[in-house]
Ligand binder design. Structure first.
Ligand code: PRP
Ligand code: ZN
Ligand code: MG
Length: 223
């Protein structure tokens, strides 16, 4: 890992986790000055900077040592662990952060008489989470086709490219809008603080320890 004297945290550039993540860091006493391109936030008080990126890129940036930590959904972190090779640096969930709660679920067309997972045998399931879905199918002993899509997974059944979907559900609004019904929950997710399994032992390690202490304080007060 490269040596750096400032801690660098990757977080979602724009999306559901952006605002609560910034709010949490602010409550931990961190303040930032945003760069003109809005991709970098320089820490003004403490030596902690932010990199604003696509959420799906966050685990990879930590694994490569480009960032020390990341604020990312457990779904994205778990998918990364399941789909990257064994030689990639293993990551760990350092803290659950208590916001961005959602679940990764199977949903089927409303008119389908769904009773049990076995009915998915031989069907095609569209998802952005082939790793997590594949693992669940294996534990259920079901052979199904996995159709990987980057987004708009919910319209796949209408387009005829899949029989069911596996995607994130928060309010359930997207499922309803696409006449789908949630049937199985594969993973309960929320934003987490992700980091490498072995933490840096230089100045960044000290700052990280301090940050974790403050985080625990803020999270405890909120609960
Ligand atoms: C997420 C997710 C679902 C939807 C669920 O998509 O992929 O489609 O939100 O939320 P709901 O249950 O409240 O409707 P998002 O809008 O974040 O965009 P993305 O799929 O392009 O990442
Ligand atoms: Zn995303
Ligand atoms: Mg979506």
């Amino acid at each position: 890992m490269k040596t750096r004297d400032r801690l660098r945290i990757a977080m979602q550039k724009s999306g559901r986790l952006t605002e609560p993540a910034l709010e949490l860091l602010t409550r931990c006493g961190l303040t930032f000055r945003q760069s003109r391109d809005k991709l970098f936030c320089f820490g003004e008080g403490e030596p902690v900077d932010l990199l604003l990126v696509r959420d799906d890129d966050i685990p990879g940036l930590i694994a490569q040592g480009v960032c020390d930590l990341g604020i990312v959904g457990r779904n994205v972190l778990s998918e990364f662990q399941l789909t990257t090779g064994r030689d990639a640096e293993p990551l760990s969930e350092l803290r659950p952060l208590g916001f961005g709660r959602c679940r990764l679920s199977i949903a089927v067309p409303q008119e389908l008489d769904y009773r049990e997972p076995a009915q998915l045998e031989g069907r095609r399931i569209a998802t952005s989470y082939p790793g997590l879905l594949g693992e669940w199918l294996r534990t259920q002993g079901i052979a199904a086709g996995v159709v990987t899509l980057a987004g708009s997974v919910e319209i796949a059944p209408k387009l005829g490219t899949a029989d069911a979907i596996c995607d994130l559900v928060q309010s359930g609004g997207t499922l309803v809008a696409n006449q789908l019904r949630e049937t199985e929950v594969l993973l309960q997710s929320e934003a987490v603080l992700a980091g490498p399994l072995t933490l840096p032992v230089d100045e960044r390690g000290d700052m990280l320890e301090l940050l974790l202490k403050r985080l625990d304080g803020v999270i405890q007060v909120r609960e």
